[in-house]
Design a protein around this ligand. Structure first.
Ligand code: KIV
Length: 258
């Protein structure tokens, strides 16, 4: 059955929500066939697939391109997409236009926006315009140049209070879910217990309504930096290499084509 923002919300308290990233039709199809609930066309496409070091260089055109590929697979999973770097911080007309392209032109069913209290009014207007928004708090990778490095959030009282305020403001603005990235597990538990919408965690411990991982990390396809919380559930990279090697050998030995 097709997952919608409505059915996803109803899963809170019922069973854990499973979310993954995907950036093209092939992975969207496999994820959907595996029964994943939510596919995020993450701006992590920048550092996982496109060879950038961070998500910052990823543009709206790139997100539209990858989202359209995912949508063409017609996954049963809900398809959400990241609003890329800085886009949500312009005036409302510009962010509305960006979301319009992602939803109307590319085929996303929801957008994800990194930000808290400061973006709540903007997010409320998007929700009022019919665009489902998934809030993203804790580590916001688009802020890497301000932060200096990726790190855990919510250890100090001040940070915990600020995250709680972000979550409440976003919920009030009408988000259908919250993504909580690299937040102290104890605080994530409190956020999950307090929020009425599902809280989906990454590197935020087990006490969430669901989990998300980057597909290349969980499938063993990532080269270079992989966060320590990202468990590998397959060694697809090795399988791919073996396939290429077997093909190369067959061509060189003239056993293929037969
Ligand atoms: O872009 C991305 O992959 C993300 C992760 C936190 C899932 O936002």
């Amino acid at each position: 059955m097709k997952v919608t923002t409505h059915t996803l919300r109803k899963l809170k308290g019922e069973r854990p929500i499973v979310a993954v990233t995907a950036y093209d039709a092939i992975f969207a199809r496999y994820a959907s066939e595996a029964g994943v609930d939510l596919i995020l066309v993450g701006d992590s496409v920048g550092n996982t697939v496109l060879g950038f070091e961070t998500t910052v260089p990823v543009t709206l055109d790139m997100m539209c391109h990858h989202t359209a590929a995912v949508a063409r697979a017609k996954p049963q999973a809900l398809v959400a997409v990241d609003v890329p770097f800085a886009e949500a911080h312009y005036d409302f007309e510009r962010v509305l236009q960006a979301c319009q392209r992602l939803v109307q032109e590319a085929g996303a069913e929801a957008v994800k926006i990194e930000g808290g209290v400061e973006l709540a009014p903007q997010i409320k207007r998007l929700v009022d315009a019919g665009i489902p928004v998934w809030g993203h708090i804790g580590l916001k990778p688009q802020q890497v140049h301000t932060l200096g490095r990726y790190r855990k959030f919510g250890a100090s009282q001040e940070e915990a209070e600020s995250l709680m305020a972000d979550a409440l403001a976003l919920e009030k603005a009408g988000v259908f879910a919250l993504l909580v990235e690299m937040v102290e597990p104890g605080l994530t538990r409190t956020l999950t217990e307090t929020a009425k919408v599902p809280v989906i965690g990454i590197g935020a411990g087990p006490h969430c309504d669901g989990q998300i991982l980057v597909c290349t990390d969980l499938l063993g396809l990532s080269a270079g930096y992989v966060p320590s919380f990202a468990k590998r559930f397959a060694e697809a990279g090795e399988q791919v290499k073996l396939g290429f090697a077997a093909y190369s050998e067959a061509v060189r030995k003239k056993t293929f084509p037969a």
